[in-house]
Write a protein that binds this ligand. Structure first.
Ligand code: A2H
Length: 253
């Protein structure tokens, strides 16, 4: 992380069906609204390959009205920033509807913009920080070593984590290819650095560093309307198009 603000893309992931653990009160309050989890990402060009979305199981998430018919679910500090960045219709003001625990969100299904998959699931990831972004991290296991390591962990121990194995049964979706690491950069690098689990912080840090550099400087898209074009040129085109068509917001901190 450098000095100066981090420019995230906030991906709006619309709730299709809430998990059984969400209270009937919250469900009925939200019944006639569009509810979105907002995931902060630095890699908007990879959104084709989303396989699921992560929340911190111990984090408290707020449910916030952002205009007359839309609701965002994210951390309170994120919505506060958004309210000052003109993302919401209520300038500088936070309108909280309720609170939900990350662990209760697990199992909720979403429609993720650009994703090849029609429906993806909210899953737990212990390394999600409440102090960064929105506290919601969309999972792209083809290109993010963190996402890949956690996805494999959940696959191996679905029962332990209390999740349906069907929620982690997808093949990993290639999004871009690089000269050094092929079209599943995160998998290649997690294997190269012998990342055994999401807790393997040291090896993961090495994998992440290389994945990011190689993806940005050497990556060429293998999916979507920008197929064949370099990631360096595509990143902002995807971001701008998503913001323009209302499937993402600009968010910085
Ligand atoms: B990135 P930086 Cl494909 N806790 O998005 C932990 N991680 C978080 C987070 C939080 N609260 N909020 C965002 N992030 C993740 C895509 C991606 C990301 C790919 C490859 C690398 C990558 C799909 N996940 O990040 O510390 C989000 O994951 C590599 C660092 O602000 C976000 O972008 O630099 C990135 O970390 C922001 O990290």
């Amino acid at each position: 992380e450098g000095v100066g603000p981090q420019e995230y893309t906030g991906i709006k992931m619309q709730v299709l069906d809430w998990s059984d653990k969400i209270s009937p009160e919250i469900k009925s309050t939200l019944a006639n609204k569009k509810s979105f989890f907002v995931a902060a990402t630095l890699r908007p060009e990879t959104m084709y390959g989303q396989t699921n979305c992560y929340v911190g199981p111990k984090i408290d998430y707020g449910v916030f009205a952002v205009n007359d018919d839309e609701v965002f679910i994210c951390t309170e500090r994120a919505i506060r920033n958004m309210a000052f960045q003109g993302v919401t219709a209520y300038e500088g003001e936070v309108r909280k509807i309720g609170t939900i625990k990350g662990s209760d969100i697990v199992g909720t299904s979403l429609k993720a913009p650009l994703a090849v998959l029609d429906r993806i699931y909210m899953l737990p990831m212990d390394s999600v920080l409440p102090t960064k972004g929105t506290g919601v991290v969309t999972s792209v296991p083809s290109d993010s070593p963190d996402d890949y390591a956690n996805y494999m962990e959940l696959r191996k121990k679905a029962e332990f984590y209390g999740i349906d194995p069907a929620w982690v049964s997808h093949d990993i979706i290639p999004v871009l290819k690089t000269p050094s690491f092929g079209d599943l950069t995160a998998k290649t690098l997690c294997e190269k650095f012998k990342v055994q689990s999401p807790k393997d912080a040291k090896n993961l840090a090495e994998a992440k560093e290389l994945a990011y550099k190689e993806g940005f400087y050497g990556g060429v898209m293998v999916i979507g309307e920008f197929t064949g074009q370099p990631v360096q040129e595509v990143k902002n085109k995807v971001r701008d198009a998503m913001i323009k068509n209302g499937t993402a917001i600009a968010y910085s901190e």
